[in-house]
Each structure stands twice: as structure tokens, then as C-alpha cells.
Design a protein around this ligand. Structure first.
Ligand code: HAM
Length: 430
């Protein structure tokens, strides 16, 4: 059975992580920030299986994410580990579409798998916080989501100005091409966006070549390709207006969105940037990506409007918009900024018996304290008191309960308050 590259099973697969207790404390802190923000915006948490039918992910636009799928066959079924949450969420919405009261606001914090070429902040498994609004066609939804993202940045301790969001609308591009190539071949739009997304990586000329390739999936004329590349250079709405008609719906939406973002007090941190199109095929309208203003890291988060996904998957049309915010890039940024916290263990009380005789009484004290809602570590075995007290300091415990033969005989327990450095006695039963 064993073949290919293997480390004998003792190492975690490349690009994956083990979470030891100290890592887990940080992860819980980060996810706590995500959850707190989502709740503050009235979102409800959902979840779905990490294994889905491969068919859920099959799309034809040539996206990188599909080449990165962890997929396998089991009992004649083709299955895959999810690479992102959005298709699963769409599946869940479609399953209850008739009974849903839209708009719905859902969030998830889940693990995703992508067989990536690894770079800083890019892994083969990562967690993503997703926030999605289904059933709201207006840009009020985009504005809420972007405000939630900035609220999370604030909660994480990132000063305003350390992070920004670049924003564009695919609808601008679509409008501009509607009279040309998209008039006869609307299906070309998705692969076109997927190709354009590569521009940072492969450059404008290579993108032009792909767009015009007579054997490719897009087949633009040289003039159309040139116009597309030119459009990508727009860095303001007025600049972008040069490429659309006066009655452009996409531009009207963007202007409205920026007014809303202004009301939230975040417009200054969200530059318009026509080169942001995103690499996932399903986006249809506003798209955005969060970045560190130092320009060192890859995208911290990304999202956009995907009004046609439900329909593509066989459901009734429902507008939708959302974002995914990974755990890996933000961790790098918080580390660089020196604000990645090291949360303490949350043991409050430690209960110690000097000998085997006092163990039952110690169990009684630990049980009583736990019932009171305290987090209690009961010392096992026969560790030396000195070591227990040293550990108590390290884990940040507040009190140590000590029971020896003398205490047992008197029916009391000694309580040492570690912060106050004081000791008092309590009856064993509290
Ligand atoms: P995405 O841009 O592929 O979008 O991923 C969103 C975020 O997840 C990225 O900005 C990054 O923080 C993180 N991420 C993605 N891949 C990796 C990786 N290999 N290693 C570490 N972090 C990674 C989506 O997945 C969309 N489904 C987001 C969305 C939700 N759009 C609408 N709703």
C-alpha cells in the first residue's frame, strides 16, 4: 500500500500543522475574535462536512483551486476535502431555499485543504472565517461585511492604517465587454476573470496572450484584450468611469457603496483598484481583498458578490456576498507587529494532597470547586510541593489548596492566594 514520498507517518504532512496547547490557546483567541465580531453583526454560525461530493466543486473556468483539491475515490464515490466553504454554504442554502427567510447572515470558522505551492502564510491546510449574506442584492450587504472586517482588525489590535482593502467590481468589466465578446459568448466571462487574476504573477503580456489565444477558452480580439488591460489600471471611480457608459449600474453601485463606507468611517482604508478581480470564477460584482499596508504579505482576506452561484449549482437564483479571512496570513502580520498574544492557561485553582491518605479529601475539594464553576487542576501522583507551586505560578493560577494529615485531622484545607501571597483556612466542605 505504502508508496511515493512518505516519512513513515511520524511527521505531519508537509504544509499542515499540529496545534500544541500553546498554539491552540492562540488559535482559540483568534477564532474568539472572529466569532465575537460575527455575533456583533448579528450573524449565526453554521457548519458542514469537510468531505463533499467532488461534483460540488467542479467548475469549468480553469481556476487554480480545482487543481489543488484533495480528492479521492471511496466505494465508487468521488469525494473531496473542501478547499473553501462557499460551495458548501450554497448547498445548504439551496437545500432549504423555499423555507428560508432572506436575507440570511451566516458565518463559519472551518478548516480548508488546498494542495498549494507553499510560501509565507500559504499552507496546505488553513482555517478560514467566512461571513456571508444571502438574499440581499444591494451594496448595503457589502458595506456591512467590510465594516465587520475592520471591526475584526480593531479587535485583533491592528492600528488603523496597518491594513487596507482593495476593492473593485467585476460588473464594470462585464458591462464594458457586453457589447463585444460577451454579446455572443457570455460564458467567457468567468474564464476571462480567472486569467486576469494572474496578472501580478505572470505580467500583462502573458495575460494578453492567454486572452487572445485562438485555442484558449476566452479568445478576445487584440483590441478587446488591450481595453481590458487598460481598464485594470484605473485607481479611482472617475478613472474607471472612462471605460463605462453614463448609465453604468456597476458604477452607480460603487458610488453608493463608497457613501455607505464613508458612513461606517472606513472609506479611507478601502482604495478602489480595478486590478483586483479575484481568482474564483463565481464572483459577479463587487470584489475585494484585504492587504497589509507594509506590502509584505499575501492577501489577508478576500471576498465579493456571487449572485449566480446558487443557480449554477442547480438552485433558484439568490444574490449572495461574503468573504473568507484566513488564519495564517493574519498570524504572520500579528507576529510581525509584535501583537500576537500568548494567552495564559485558564487554570484557576490547584488542589494538592501531601499523601495518599488525603487524596479522597482533595478529590472532594476539587469537585466542590468545579461545581462552583472554577477551573481546577487536581494534582495526580506524588509531585513535590515546590514543583507544584512553581507550576501554579507559570499557569497563572490564583489559588493553591493544600491538604496534609494535620488539615485532614482538623477537617480543613489551607488556601494559598498566590497574588496576595497570603494563606487562610477553610472547612473541607467549603
Ligand atoms: P480565497 O481568496 O481563496 O477566497 O481565500 C480567502 C482567504 O483565505 C485568503 O485571503 C487567505 O487569507 C486564506 N487562504 C486561502 N488559501 C490559503 C492557503 N492555502 N493558506 C493560507 N491561507 C489561505 C475564498 O476561499 C472564498 N470562498 C471567500 C468567500 C466567501 N467569498 C465569498 N464568500
Amino acid at each position: 500500500m505504502a508508496k511515493g514520498k512518505s516519512s513513515g507517518g511520524l511527521q505531519a504532512p508537509r504544509g499542515t500543522r499540529d496545534f500544541y496547547p500553546e498554539d491552540m490557546r492562540r488559535r482559540n483567541w483568534l477564532f474568539g475574535q472572529f466569532r465575537e465580531t460575527a455575533h456583533a453583526f448579528g450573524f449565526e454560525e453554521v457548519d458542514a462536512p469537510i468531505v463533499e461530493h467532488l461534483d460540488l466543486f467542479r467548475r469549468k473556468a480553469g481556476e487554480e483551486i480545482l487543481d489543488q483539491l484533495y480528492h479521492f475515490e471511496l466505494h465508487d464515490r468521488e469525494l473531496a476535502l473542501r478547499a473553501e466553504m462557499t460551495p458548501s454554504i450554497a448547498r445548504m442554502v439551496i437545500a432549504r431555499q423555499g423555507a428560508m427567510r432572506f436575507p440570511i447572515r451566516w458565518f463559519t470558522v472551518t478548516q480548508n485543504w488546498r494542495y498549494e505551492r507553499m510560501t509565507r502564510g500559504r499552507r496546505r491546510e488553513h482555517y478560514q472565517w467566512n461571513m456571508d449574506i444571502w438574499g440581499e442584492p444591494g451594496v448595503e450587504a457589502e458595506a456591512e461585511l467590510l465594516s465587520a472586517m475592520f471591526t475584526a482588525f480593531d479587535g485583533l489590535g491592528l492600528a488603523r492604517g496597518k491594513v487596507g482593502v482593495r476593492l473593485n467590481s467585476r460588473a464594470l468589466l462585464e458591462e464594458s465587454l457586453r457589447r463585444g465578446v460577451l454579446a455572443d459568448r457570455p460564458e467567457v466571462f468567468e474564464p476571462l476573470c480567472v486569467v486576469i487574476d494572474k496578472i501580478d504573477k505572470i505580467g500583462a503580456q502573458a495575460v494578453t496572450d492567454l486572452l487572445c489565444d485562438p485555442n484558449g477558452g476566452v479568445k478576445l480580439s487584440a483590441g478587446e484584450a488591450e481595453r481590458v488591460i487598460e481598464m485594470l489600471s484605473a485607481r479611482s471611480l472617475d478613472d474607471a468611469a472612462r471605460f463605462t457608459s453614463d448609465d453604468s449600474g456597476a458604477l452607480t453601485d460603487l458610488r453608493k457603496l463608497y457613501d455607505l463606507l464613508d458612513a461606517y468611517g472606513i472609506a479611507d482604508h478601502i482604495p478602489f483598484d480595478a486590478s483586483v478581480v479575484r481568482g474564483l470564477a463565481y464572483y459577479t460584482g463587487v470584489v475585494f481583498e484585504a492587504f497589509d499596508t507594509g506590502g509584505v504579505l499575501r492577501a489577508i482576506a478576500g471576498g465579493g458578490r456571487y449572485d449566480r452561484l446558487a443557480e449554477t449549482l442547480g438552485g433558484k437564483p439568490v444574490p449572495a456576498v461574503g468573504f473568507g479571512f484566513g488564519d495564517a496570513v493574519i498570524a504572520e502580520l500579528l507576529q510581525d507587529e509584535g501583537i500576537w498574544p500568548d494567552p495564559p492557561r485558564d487554570v484557576q485553582d490547584i488542589v494538592y494532597a501531601f499523601g495518599a491518605e488525603e487524596k479522597p479529601a482533595a478529590i472532594g475539594v476539587a469537585t466542590r470547586l468545579r461545581r462552583q464553576g472554577r477551573n481546577v487542576e487536581l494534582c495526580l501522583g506524588q509531585s513535590k510541593l515546590k514543583r507544584i507551586l512553581g507550576d501554579a505560578d507559570k499557569v497563572g493560577a490564583e489559588r493553591v489548596f493544600l491538604i496534609g494529615s494535620d488539615e485532614l485531622a482538623r477537617g480543613i484545607v489551607k488556601v494559598r492566594d498566590l497574588a496576595e501571597k497570603k494563606e487562610h483556612e477553610e472547612p473541607l466542605g467549603g
